[in-house]
Design a protein around this ligand. Structure first.
Ligand SMILES: CC(C)(COP(=O)(O)OP(=O)(O)OC[C@H]1O[C@@H](n2cnc3c(N)ncnc32)[C@H](O)[C@@H]1OP(=O)(O)O)[C@@H](O)C(=O)NCCC(=O)NCCS
Length: 175
């Protein structure tokens, strides 16, 4: 069901019963997919949160993130292949961004595979910026990653112009 129309999902905490729907999306989204045990191990950590997006009682997206003192770190984020480009990812990310203010944290961080251009484009469309290259970041393939960050305010750039220069360079590398 690929449609450009915007779909409004219900976004809620992930529960154990969601696992089949979540792992199905995971397998349809990643070459090196997490299995159910990977999700459960992660969610057992005290600072780890899972959320799902639901449309008509069907899981169409999920995100897993960690709460740190200064930031939220996204570990996993995907939308069902049949529901992409409908605004679901954008609404999940908006939910995350809203949590920054309520938790008084300054930024959201995540790593994106160097070859995952759609995800890089997605996060850039949501005002995330590539801030550094993480060399050989993934144990599975040895692939590099880009660390991307979202900050409600990038005013610090004015005080530290070298940051903007470095990002401009990364931006050119990312096309
Ligand atoms: C990346 C992903 C989560 C985006 O979810 P989505 O629900 O399709 O995204 P949205 O519909 O909310 O898109 C919002 C904007 O992001 C950008 N965008 C999203 N997907 C894009 C793509 N494939 N190519 C270019 N831009 C894209 C567009 O600007 C889009 O707005 P538009 O549709 O009005 O042009 C989804 O493609 C996915 O699950 N990919 C596989 C898993 C993955 O790579 N996760 C990220 C790991 S770091």
């Amino acid at each position: 069901m690929n449609t450009a129309a915007s779909v409004v999902p219900h976004i809620r905490w992930m529960i154990r019963r969601d696992m089949p729907g979540v792992t199905r999306i995971e397998r349809g989204s990643f070459e090196y997919a997490w299995d159910e045990e990977d999700f459960l191990r992660c969610l057992r950590q005290r600072n780890c949160i899972g959320m799902v997006a639901e449309v008509d009682d069907r899981i169409v997206g999920f995100m897993i993130y960690e709460l740190h003192r200064q930031r939220l770190h996204v570990l996993n984020f995907a939308v069902h292949p049949g529901f992409r480009r409908c605004g679901i990812g954008r609404q999940m990310a908006a939910k995350l961004i809203a949590k920054l203010a309520s938790h008084r944290r300054g930024k959201i961080t995540l790593a994106v595979r160097e070859r995952n251009l759609p995800a890089q484009r997605f996060f850039r469309a949501l005002d995330f910026r590539a801030v550094r290259v993480l060399w050989n970041y993934y144990e599975d393939s040895g692939e590099d990653a880009f660390q991307m960050e979202y900050r409600p305010s990038w005013e610090a750039d004015e005080a530290e112009p070298w940051r903007a220069d470095r990002r401009a360079l990364l931006g050119r590398l990312l096309g």
